[in-house]
Design a binder for this molecule. Structure first.
Ligand SMILES: [Fe+2]
Length: 359
């Protein structure tokens, strides 16, 4: 049941309410050289973990919660180490963060350590806040999110903005207010493990393939749902990316196709492409053994590395409950293809099959 008391109180962060301007335009962030902060990190994480009271793995293959660490107190070296740990674990969770109350410029400053911030084509930003802020707001007074998921499952694993030429890396999601009780969790899934879980010869088949990513579907939904008040700050974005990518720091391979933005496999007939993509999307959706689920409280900040994970909302709380968050989305490298090699040792690494003597 929706708590009327909480709703009547008004939002805790009115400066962060969403602003929809159908006439607004933004320029995309142009090509840039990406120097990943993870390259500079000390792999023993002395600065990141200096004040950590507890380090909790959320699942074997994805997610670590760092208790006692304040993002806003981290040095540049601490942020570099955060980039590396996030690349290794897929996502990091921080609770009770002062980050929430730092204000727009300081929040942008910390997130910008990881790359220039993305400017979204249709999601709202605060009225008097920078365009780089993506506001996620669901309340009885603003049902745009609910409307956009009507007649469609809200569980859609995706990479935020994969159609960019240089898609995002470590991405900040900061919860300002969450629904009373439970609900509105994010599920984050390891695309490194999703790749490793495939059989060796199937993995080989995927390497070298490329896929088309486009914002066409979400842009059409924005127009369908909001008509004249649709926000269309940029045209449709489209890129071709490798189906299997390599993380620039860890050098690990990861699946890089997602059901929100990946349209087709380059060079394949439509039926072939649909068949393969459906299999891969089903494989990701079934991957309860390589994902973690993050429950929010106000002041929770989750950082996920989009090059090695996908995530989904849950939207399971009562319609009309207030859920208010913002996202800052640093862009990163041009995706690095995993090249087909004669024998790169990947098949031999397949521990389960070797142990069971399966061929
Ligand atoms: Fe997302």
């Amino acid at each position: 049941m929706v708590s009327e008391t909480i709703e009547e109180k008004g939002p805790l962060y009115p400066d962060y309410l969403p602003f929809y301007d159908p006439l607004e335009k933004v320029e995309p962030v142009g090509p840039f050289e990406h120097d990943d902060p993870g390259h500079r990190a000390d792999p023993s994480f002395p600065n990141l973990l200096k004040n950590a009271s507890k380090v909790v793995e959320l699942s074997p293959h994805c997610g670590t919660e760092l208790q006692g660490v304040q993002l806003s107190d981290l040095s540049k070296e601490g942020l570099d180490e955060l980039a590396l740990m996030c690349a290794e674990r897929g996502c990091l969770v921080f609770r009770d963060q002062k980050f929430t109350d730092l204000g727009f410029e300081a929040q942008k400053g910390i997130a910008s350590h990881f790359g220039p911030l993305h400017k979204h084509g249709w999601m709202p930003h605060p009225q008097n806040g920078p365009v780089e802020f993506v506001i996620v707001y669901d309340s009885k007074n603003d049902l745009r999110i609910r409307k956009s998921w009507a007649r469609k499952s809200p569980v859609q694993f995706h990479v935020d903005q994969s159609p960019e030429t240089q898609p995002p890396g470590a991405t900040f999601f900061c919860m300002l207010e969450s629904p009373p009780g439970a609900g509105g969790d994010t599920i984050i899934s390891s695309m490194t493990r999703a790749y490793e879980r495939l059989s060796p010869s199937f993995r080989k088949r995927l390497e070298g393939l490329k896929a088309i990513h486009t914002t066409a579907n979400p842009v059409m939904r924005e127009i369908r749902d909001n008509g004249d008040s649709a926000v269309l700050r940029r045209g449709i974005t489209r890129s071709i990316h490798p189906v299997v990518v390599i993380h620039p720091v860890t050098k690990k391979k990861a699946l890089f196709v997602n059901s929100s933005y990946t349209q087709s496999i380059v060079g394949w007939d439509e039926e072939e492409s649909d068949y393969l993509l459906k299999f891969l999307f089903d494989h990701i959706n079934r991957g309860h053994d390589f994902c973690c689920r993050v429950r929010y409280e106000p002041g929770t900040v989750v950082i996920w590395d989009q090059r090695v994970t996908q995530h989904s909302q849950t939207l399971d709380y009562a319609a009309g409950s207030r859920r208010h968050a913002f996202r800052l989305t640093p862009l990163a490298n041009v995706p690095i293809p995993s090249l087909v090699e004669e024998d790169d040792g990947e098949c031999a690494k397949d521990e389960g099959r070797m142990m069971l003597n399966l061929c």
